[in-house]
Design a protein around this ligand. Structure first.
Ligand code: 5GP
Length: 217
């Protein structure tokens, strides 16, 4: 999974503080882009109301998560807000090799771990329009206890300090605009010179010969 081969998809890493709107953005991207797959992470966090095992996360106990660490099942894993989260190799590798772009929604520690492995990814940081707005979104979401909201909000300040490690930043003031920006980034990445694969360089002498033959007719 190191260097991107021609024909392989791109690995897109979306990070940003809890409440920045990464989930909404990636769900919208998946609806619109058939070439895009989402890598379902594994976590030891308890499922929230409405979350589905195998779709939102693979929910496991801490013990089971540690067994997967032993088996070397993860591209990266981290303890985030007190729970284990990890990107499974099996979720990522096959889809990339089949030519799909694969999106990861992971925290900053995970993104930096992937970057340190020199994996060729597109690192996008999703920002809230302001910290006040972030705080209000975390409260409105109502998925966490008061203590957890404060923990996530404090972590957000630390996470924002890592922004310079990313390739792109998208401010999520309006979901539609943020999605269009991420799509533009993905499109630009597909046009990178090192991804050129569709252009056929025919034999120069053969083409000239055909041309001369035509001229002499
Ligand atoms: P939540 O509990 O709100 O679903 O996620 C908490 C944080 O964990 C979010 O910042 C989310 O992006 C991050 N996260 C989710 N999956 C992974 C993963 O596989 N690896 C890492 N490092 N972070 C993850």
């Amino acid at each position: 999974m190191k260097k991107k081969k021609p024909g392989c998809g791109s690995l897109i890493i979306l990070s940003g503080p809890s409440g920045a709107g990464k989930g909404t953005i990636h769900n919208e991207l998946l609806k619109r882009n058939k070439r895009l797959k989402y890598s379902v992470s594994m976590t030891s966090r308890a499922p929230r109301d409405g979350e589905v095992n195998g779709k939102d996360y693979y929910f496991v106990t801490e013990e089971e998560f540690k067994q997967e660490i032993e088996k070397d099942s993860f591209v990266e894993y981290a303890i985030v807000h007190g729970n284990y989260y990890g990107t499974l190799k099996r979720e990522v590798e096959k889809d990339l090799n089949d030519g799909y772009d694969v999106i990861l929604e992971i925290d900053i520690q995970g993104a930096l771990a992937i970057k340190n492995k020199k994996v060729d990814g597109i690192f996008i940081f999703i920002m809230p329009p302001s910290m006040r707005e972030l705080r209000d979104r975390l409260v409105k979401r109502g998925t966490e206890t008061k203590d957890k909201i404060i923990e996530r909000f404090k972590n957000a300040y630390k996470e924002i300090n890592s922004i310079s490690k990313y390739n792109y930043v998208v401010i999520n003031d309006e979901v539609e605009k943020a999605v269009v920006k991420v799509e533009a980034i993905m499109l630009a990445e597909r046009c990178r010179v090192d991804r050129l694969e569709e252009f056929e360089v025919n034999n120069e002498e053969e083409l000239i010969h055909e041309l001369l033959t035509d001229f002499n007719k």
